[in-house]
Design a protein around this ligand. Structure first.
Ligand SMILES: [Cu+2]
Length: 132
């Protein structure tokens, strides 16, 4: 008697679409020193209790990655009061609390990871900016 065993090695190449920058490593890589007038990020406040990144749709935290000398513009929507309040050790100038419409822009000249929240809603409403 002979037993022949056929082993079918099925190799599944799971191609993970690496598109989710919201959960990617923030390794502040080697900045390439891109020229002035760099890309800008835009973040919406509201209409609920949320910061939403226009770049990748992430929210609470809204995560944006920009080059050094890039800028972020926050735009208020909805009827709730919100603010952009820098938290953490690497900081930037916070905005005041606004309601309704309005914008606030900051240009980041130093690499680092900047955390912020809303002075009204605190940890329920957060964002992160990675400058590299
Ligand atoms: Cu808020």
């Amino acid at each position: 008697m002979r037993f022949s065993t056929a082993i079918l090695g099925v190799i599944g190449l799971a191609s993970l679409a690496g598109c989710s920058s919201a959960s990617g490593p923030y390794g502040g890589g080697t900045g390439g020193g891109q020229g002035g007038g760099g890309p800008a990020g835009t973040v919406t406040l509201g209409p609920g209790i949320q910061f939403v990144s226009a770049h990748n749709g992430s929210q609470n935290p809204a995560v944006d990655t920009i080059p050094v000398r890039g800028s972020i513009t926050w735009t208020w929507t909805g009827s709730l009061p919100h603010s952009v309040q820098s938290t953490g050790s690497t900081s930037f100038t916070s905005s005041g609390t606004k309601t309704g419409s309005g914008t606030y822009a900051v240009t980041f000249t130093a690499p680092g990871t900047y955390h912020y929240d809303c002075a009204v809603h605190g940890s329920a409403m957060t964002g992160t900016i990675v400058v590299h």
